[in-house]
Design a protein around this ligand. Structure first.
Ligand SMILES: Nc1ncnc2c1ncn2[C@@H]1O[C@H](COP(=O)(O)OP(=O)(O)OP(=O)(O)O)[C@@H](O)[C@H]1O
Ligand SMILES: [Mg+2]
Length: 242
């Protein structure tokens, strides 16, 4: 892979007050890749996702997206560069209907593609079609996760950031969601950077992966390499996570 990466994070440090959550992180995601980030609770995974989106901003280091330095660009303008995030804990709009939530994700192109894109999401997650008039807050956890991903996709992102898409979901639903991610990647060339507790599923899905420990990347490789690595297996894969 010799071309410039779509996303290049270099030497990024992010703080919450005096606490350094990211201690010099380097990560690259190339166009068309699925890359995952695994690591223990509190390692800094969500902080990296949020730093890419500009909230909080990196105190030092650089985030370059599509050749542009976005390190100090405000969050709402980063979204216009077509980086879409499905954050940890989903954060859909609970009082809005499913359809309204999807509408909030669109908007970048004057709703020009709205109908077409909504149909695509409904084909991908038929459950959302059945529930389109239901308020987001009354959906089940799995349905909310589908809505959160659907909403992120409505902006036709160049880069989709997913923070723990499998959190709290039944294995069958996780499987369905991962299959959809893979399909979008294969058929539409969607580039995905995802954080996952379910390291086994993430590594199987991913072209490449990074391991984060205490705000630092300690290891990287292909999904296959990390799946086979004894230290990764011991730390993240033992105990039947699949
Ligand atoms: N708003 C905040 N204020 C202060 N400290 C924070 C804040 N958010 C996160 N942290 C701290 O930063 C560190 C990294 O947190 P982060 O949420 O990025 O971890 P994570 O890898 O996503 O963990 P998890 O797997 O539990 O989601 C943790 O020590 C956490 O306590
Ligand atoms: Mg997190």
């Amino acid at each position: 892979m010799s071309s410039e990466p779509l996303l290049k994070v270099s030497g990024v440090e992010t703080y919450y007050g005096n606490i350094r959550a990211l201690a010099g992180v380097d990560v690259e995601v190339h166009k068309g890749e699925i890359v995952s980030l695994i690591g223990a609770n509190g390692a800094g995974k969500s902080t990296l996702m949020m730093t890419i989106c500009g909230s909080p901003q990196a105190r030092s280091g650089q985030v370059v997206f599509d050749g542009e330095d976005i390190t100090k660009i405000p969050t709402h303008l980063i979204a216009r560069r077509r980086i879409a995030q499905s954050p940890e804990g989903r954060r859909i709009f609970p009082r809005m209907t499913v359809l309204e939530n999807l509408q909030m994700g669109a908007g970048l192109d004057d709703l020009k593609y709205f109908k077409e894109d909504v149909e695509k999401i409904f084909t991908m997650f038929p459950r959302l079609k059945e529930r389109q008039s239901q308020r987001g807050g009354t959906l089940s956890g799995g349905e909310q996760q589908m809505l959160s991903i659907g909403r992120a996709l409505m902006s036709r992102p160049k880069l989709l950031l997913l923070d723990e898409p499998s959190l709290g979901l039944a294995p069958l639903i996780v499987k369905g969601i991962f299959e959809q991610i893979k399909r979008l990647n294969k058929e539409e060339g969607l580039t995905v950077f995802l954080v996952e507790q379910n390291a086994f599923a993430a590594l199987k899905l991913s072209d490449r992966a990074y391991v984060m420990v205490n705000g630092k990347v300690t290891m990287s490789g292909t999904g296959r390499e990390l799946l086979a690595d004894p230290s990764v297996r011991a730390a993240y894969l033992e105990g039947g996570h699949h």
